[in-house]
Design a protein. Structure first.
Length: 201
């Protein structure tokens, strides 16, 4: 595994379809089914057998993602304070609603962090609704970004930010890039901004 906190995790099972990302340019190259999985003795390395020849698909340094094994997420009715951020990375449906955020850096952070976790992946269906953003310490209420840059790169998709209240002093209420189908509507901005309410690239 690439990160020490992932030791012992079983990210693949027989029959899973995994997606191959180029380790240098971060573009998705294709997919392949898993035939068998086993651990080496120290559980820090995984031996994966695939159902077909991968010699032309996977090269040393490439990354494998397993988005169909990511969980759905419901994060609701919480008061969150004094931590860096709430990071959302699941490829399944995620709902963040009826929370109060008072965090130190970014309240809701959507970033696949491909070059750090090597497998988190882009989001595909996120609803952020009826939340209150009240921090006077952070940079963004909602920050959507990706380490994958350039053309033909897999992007986040289908993110709705609606009916939220931003009352904090931040660089941006909402910053968004590398997103397809972003909807921002019916939010209230009672807030001092250095650079405006929303930035979308």
């Amino acid at each position: 595994m690439a990160h020490h906190e992932q030791n012992g995790v079983i990210p693949f099972l027989q029959g899973d379809v995994v997606y191959v990302t180029d380790g240098k340019d971060c573009y998705e190259k294709g997919s392949v089914a898993v035939a068998d999985v086993s651990f080496e003795e120290d559980r820090s390395n995984i031996v994966v057998t695939f159902a077909e020849d991968i010699s032309q698909l996977i090269q040393e340094g490439d990354w494998l993602e397993n988005p169909n094994r990511m969980p759905e997420l419901i994060f609701e009715n919480n008061i969150v304070s004094n931590c860096p951020c709430i990071r959302i990375s699941t490829s399944q449906k995620a709902v963040i609603q009826n929370n109060v955020f008072d965090l130190n850096d970014t309240d809701i952070y959507i970033n696949d962090l491909m070059e750090f976790w090597h497998e988190s992946g882009a989001v595909n269906d996120v609803l952020i609704t009826d939340n209150k953003f009240i921090s006077n310490k952070n940079r963004h209420g909602v920050n959507i970004t990706s380490e994958r840059k350039g053309n033909n790169i897999k992007k986040h998709k289908n993110i709705v930010i609606e009916n939220n209240t931003f009352t904090h002093d931040a660089t941006k209420a909402i910053h968004a890039e590398m997103v397809e189908n972003l909807v921002v509507r019916n939010n209230q901005y009672e807030i001092k901004h250095r650079e405006g309410y929303i930035r979308s690239i």
